[in-house]
Design a protein around this ligand. Structure first.
Ligand SMILES: [Zn+2]
Length: 111
């Protein structure tokens, strides 16, 4: 639970934040963090660094002075992308479109 006297937090946490905040938090941890939003086994990728399987995970991070979160996309801590919400939406939409085309479910409705 977050201390109600956290001076660096002028507003309540966003609904997705699972962080526990304190007035003594260092600058680099003054942020809101989401839980892991997915953890997908990447069966088509080979981990060249170890025998361990690769997983993709997504989560949100918002610095205490930022007006919106960034989307973090990580593959087993080896590969990491950070997107703005707009960038993540564009990539997500494109990925969905690629899935629809790949599965053959991208047929435009008949007019
Ligand atoms: Zn928070």
């Amino acid at each position: 639970m977050t201390d109600t006297n956290v001076f660096w937090l002028p507003d309540p946490c966003p609904p997705w934040c699972i962080g526990v905040h304190s007035a003594t938090d260092d600058l680099d941890i003054r942020r809101h963090d989401s839980d892991q939003l997915c953890n997908v086994l990447l069966t088509a990728m080979v981990n060249h660094r170890s025998d361990k399987a690769l997983f993709a995970s997504v989560y949100l991070v918002q610095g205490y002075r930022e007006i919106s979160p960034l989307v973090h996309f990580e593959a087993s801590h080896d590969l990491k992308f950070v997107f703005t919400l707009d960038e993540a939406e564009r990539i997500g939409t494109t990925l969905l479109e690629a899935v629809r085309q790949g599965t053959g479910t991208d047929h435009a409705p008949a007019h």
